[in-house]
Design a protein around this ligand. Structure first.
Ligand code: HGY
Ligand code: MN
Ligand code: MN
Length: 439
């Protein structure tokens, strides 16, 4: 299609990602919010999160986008194009999003790669003289990780109407703070109502965080679905007693009972598609010579199939009942998060594959093992995800890494799909591999 045919666009140069700008921002943001030991810990609504948000806000404003923040702290960079002749005001935007909060001792790519590449795509399109037929919005959702405040994907869940804003703001964190008070304290309790922009489509670029793309030597994942997630906090109440004088047959040992749950999950629940993780555990009184009176721990269960996920939850519940009887303890379970599996929009998944093909990149369809904001936006608009390989399949770990060529290939695919979703067409963007732009 000739340059002049774009939707309302001026005669434009093919847009291209500024690789150095993107990778430099990724490195810069990766240095923001490191703790005294040098670990990257930008937990939601913390001072470290504020520092990351401030950096992103600066980049959004300096890119000429309108900065907006909603009441749960979701951040948006809005590019409202000069009205293309055939566009109606306030056209539903194309939204490109992810998150910039992190887990504890995180890598630098999880979430940040998607937000910063979304910003880069907007800037590449702007500087190429291209006029989209609708606004383009870059989003960074609050508390995607759920480490400090459960559930995860909280900001996008509120945005999609799955959790009341007041309930979210009242959520108490693992440190006893309330999310709303912390957002106000760091200056990110915005004024926009969550959901104030209703996207025509949502796209999220993310590192895979698993081993599949690297194992298959495929640079692009066209993510067609995302597995279901079940988070619980289990509390086992036993009786403290002397570690030396109490016969094993007379113990009501909360620690022993908790350990049995951990091995039960691995040996009897986990399977070819079901994964089970105990990520947090604490004992009381937590003394070397006292039989634990209480054990508190989290259980993360996931499966791409809702029926199997329910079976795993039911099997765990039955086991906890048996354990209470056999160990003479009481067991309680608190639900922290529960999301059914999600299928993404087939047409957008197809656009991802088409873009990869135009760019000469192999792609494969796949399931996301991790939760993402896209699963929440899929409740209110067509949504899909693009994955790029994670070295060694590692994530939620400072060793998280993705090769430059893969990062830039993912950015090219995002650029291509966003242009099509925003209602204009272009020849494929310049390529970043040897030889530069391929006319
Ligand atoms: O838990 C998840 O899958 C995501 O990292 N929040
Ligand atoms: Mn993420
Ligand atoms: Mn994560």
């Amino acid at each position: 299609m000739s340059q002049g045919d774009d939707a309302g666009g001026l005669a434009a140069q093919p847009p291209s990602i500024d690789a150095d700008r993107l990778l430099d921002r990724l490195r810069q943001l990766g240095q923001v919010g490191r703790d005294a030991e040098g670990r990257l810990c930008r937990l939601a609504a913390s001072d470290a999160d504020k520092a990351g948000r401030d950096r992103l806000a600066d980049w959004i404003v300096s890119a000429g986008l309108e900065l907006a923040i909603d009441r749960v702290g979701n951040m948006f960079g809005i590019w409202r194009p000069a009205q293309a002749p055939d566009a109606t005001p306030d056209e539903a935007p194309v939204m490109i999003g992810s998150h910039i909060d992190t887990v504890i001792d995180a890598g630098i790519y999880d979430g940040c790669y998607g937000v910063l590449t979304g910003l880069e795509v907007a800037q590449a399109l702007q500087s190429s003289g291209f006029t989209p037929a609708c606004p383009i919005v870059v989003a960074a959702f609050t508390n995607e990780e759920g480490v400090r405040y459960a559930p995860d994907m909280m900001g996008s869940l509120v945005y999609a109407g799955g959790l009341a804003i007041d309930e979210a703001l009242a959520t108490l964190g693992t440190d006893g703070t309330a999310l709303g008070a912390e957002l106000a304290r760091i200056g990110y309790a915005g004024s926009e109502e969550p959901g104030f922009l209703r996207p025509r489509a949502y796209l999220e670029l993310h590192v895979e965080q698993g081993p599949v793309l690297e194992r298959d030597a495929v640079p692009i994942g066209a993510v067609e679905n995302l597995q279901g997630i079940s988070w619980q906090r289990i509390t086992i109440q036993g009786v403290a007693n002397h570690a030396g004088t109490t016969p094993m047959s007379m113990r009501q040992d909360a620690g022993q009972a908790a350990a049995r749950v951990v091995t039960f999950l691995r040996d009897r629940i986990a399977g070819p598609t079901t994964v089970a993780t105990v990520g947090c555990m604490s004992f009381e009184p937590n003394a070397i010579n006292v039989i634990p009176s209480r054990a508190t721990f989290t259980v993360d269960l996931r499966d791409p199939d809702e029926h199997r996920l329910r079976q795993a939850e039911a099997a765990l519940a039955r086991y906890l009942d048996e354990l209470a009887r056999s160990e003479g303890v009481t067991v309680s379970a608190e639900r922290l998060a529960r999301f059914a599996p999600v299928s993404f929009d087939k047409a957008i998944v197809g656009l991802v594959e088409d873009a990869a093909q135009r760019l000469g990149l192999r792609s494969r369809r796949m399931t996301s093992g991790a939760g993402h904001d896209a699963q929440m936006l899929a409740r209110i608009c067509p949504a899909a995800m693009i994955f790029v390989p994670s070295a060694g399949g590692i994530s939620h770990n400072p060793r998280e890494h993705t090769e430059r060529s893969d990062l830039l290939a993912g950015a090219d695919v995002l650029l291509d799909v966003v242009r099509r979703l925003a209602g204009a067409t272009f020849p494929p963007p310049s390529c970043h591999r040897a030889g530069g732009f391929q006319p």
